[in-house]
Design a protein around this ligand. Structure first.
Ligand code: GDP
Ligand code: IMO
Ligand code: MG
Length: 422
């Protein structure tokens, strides 16, 4: 399969988990390269549903190696509970999971600060997942973070934690929040550190050794292009590089070793949290929520829904270098009579065919729509391209062409077999 980067081409929750699970069949190693347990990647295997937060979605395929790369921020207590949760339902986890010793650790003061900052922002809040992601990446950039290598070294961890907790408790108290107990945090994190020690290694060397043996790597993106700290709708973004470049920095595999970029996008658009969403539409939101769909995999919040936005996905093709597209949730549009697709934005007299960098301008943009006739036929039983209704094929071809990449996969349901290779 060669080395493949998979990214979300919209605002997250595009169905990356499902597509990773499908593509893992042809890879040797799956690497998560960014984000933390703010992610929620859903995979269905038969009647069993799995929601992965930190562990790569490749873990459900036996004999594949899963790596949590240096670009990820790891909540160790969360990771232990994720591992135990999977073990309990029969997923094998042992030597098939490796965590980078240079991945940064999310600590309780990161979560507290995340929550406090959201309160302070009031109506301008980001709507974070409150997993401490922003403050953890902030500490990494400020060079005061603790890494997994520190966590598994008892003496070093205790020393570093005592200094960091002191400073953060002062900040928390100034914000009116309760200070954290050093003893309690130490005990909880030491237990997690001992549990995780066998999983922690130098993943850069490991990945390069694997490449020398000719093994193929699949890089699992988290979040989506428009949640990227540089290329997203700042400040309504997450705190990492979710886009394809993040796969290199977040794993230590250099750009010239990357062979292909797959962009995953829904046949419509969703976003969870605050920030601009030009094609947001109550009719399609109600329809999808009424079907019991589009509730967050991590926080359970109802996702905001809208029509497919090709200005956004075209922009995503540009910044990620997307070669191939996987379009998911086509079946979500099965009952829609007239389907709209945004082909440009209007802002006053100006017309945009790219996403403006200013989130306030983007929030004021009016979508210019093209209309497509709905196919009004269930698609969830289709297994081959020819089994899709002609109007659904027309729609898929049109959104891929507008996005500017090759349509490679169409997904018509959450199951493994509900996947059409085009
Ligand atoms: P991720 O974060 O990108 O992995 O996406 P999430 O798992 O958060 O959200 C995607 C949701 O869509 C999950 O509930 C998936 O099971 C579901 N899903 C993925 N592809 C399809 C599809 O083609 N049809 C339907 N009906 N559901 C899908
Ligand atoms: P997956 O990998 C959708 C959103 C949050 C919020 C913003 C910042 O499942 O696609 P954060 O907690 O990261 O500081 O929140 O980013 N967000 C996601 N939205 N899917 C995700 O992950 C997300 N991870 C973060 O809702 O708007
Ligand atoms: Mg998700």
């Amino acid at each position: 399969m060669a080395n493949t980067i998979l990214v979300g081409a919209q605002w997250g929750d595009e169905g990356k988990g499902k597509i990773i699970d499908v593509l893992t069949e042809r890879a040797d190693i799956v690497v998560r390269y960014a984000g933390g347990n703010n992610a929620g990647h859903t995979v269905w295997v038969g009647k069993q549903k799995y929601v992965l937060h930190l562990i790569p979605s490749g873990i459900l395929r036996k004999s594949k190696l899963c790596v949590i790369g240096n670009g990820v921020v790891v909540d160790p207590v969360g990771l232990v509970s994720e591992i135990n949760g999977l073990l309990k339902i029969g997923v094998k986890i042992g030597k098939n999971l490796v965590v980078s010793e240079t991945a940064h650790v999310v600590l309780p003061y990161h979560r507290e600060l995340d929550a406090q900052r959201e309160v302070l922002k009031g109506k301008n809040k980001i709507g974070t997942t409150k997993r401490g992601i922003g403050p953890a990446y902030g500490d990494k950039a400020a060079r005061v973070g603790l890494r997994m290598g520190d966590l598994v070294d008892a003496a070093r961890f205790e020393e570093k934690l005592s200094r960091r907790i002191k400073e953060n408790n002062e900040v928390l108290q100034a914000l009116g929040a309760k200070p954290l107990s050093f003893k309690k945090v130490l005990a909880e994190y030491r237990a997690a550190g001992d549990f995780l020690k066998p999983f922690v290694a130098n993943t850069v060397v490991l990945l390069h050794n694997a490449m020398r043996r000719g093994e193929d790597i699949l890089f699992e993106g988290a979040q989506g292009t428009f949640l990227d700290i540089d290329h997203g709708t700042y400040p309504y973004v997450t705190s990492s590089n979710t886009t394809a470049g993040g796969a290199c920095t977040g794993s230590g595999v250099p750009p010239h070793r990357m062979d292909r970029v797959v962009g995953v996008m829904k046949a419509y658009t969703t976003r969870v949290g605050e920030g601009p969403l030009p094609t947001e539409n109550a009719e399609i939101s109600d329809l999808l929520h009424g079907m019991g769909r589009e509730f967050g995999a991590t926080t359970g919040r109802a996702r905001r829904c809208g029509w497919f936005d090709s200005v956004a996905t075209r922009h995503a093709t540009m910044v990620n270098g997307i070669d191939d597209l996987a379009v998911t949730n086509l079946d979500g549009l099965d009952t829609v009579e007239t389907i709209k697709v945004c082909i440009a934005y209007r802002h006053g007299k100006k017309r945009y065919d790219f996403v403006p960098n200013d989130a306030e301008v983007l929030a004021e943009c009016q979508p210019v729509y093209a209309e497509f006739e709905g196919w009004l036929t269930p698609t969830d039983k289709a297994r081959r391209w020819k089994q899709l209704p002609p109007k659904a094929r027309t729609y898929l071809k049109a959104i891929a062409e507008l996005t500017g990449a090759k349509l490679a996969i169409a997904s018509v349901g959450p199951g493994r077999d509900q996947t059409i290779f085009v």
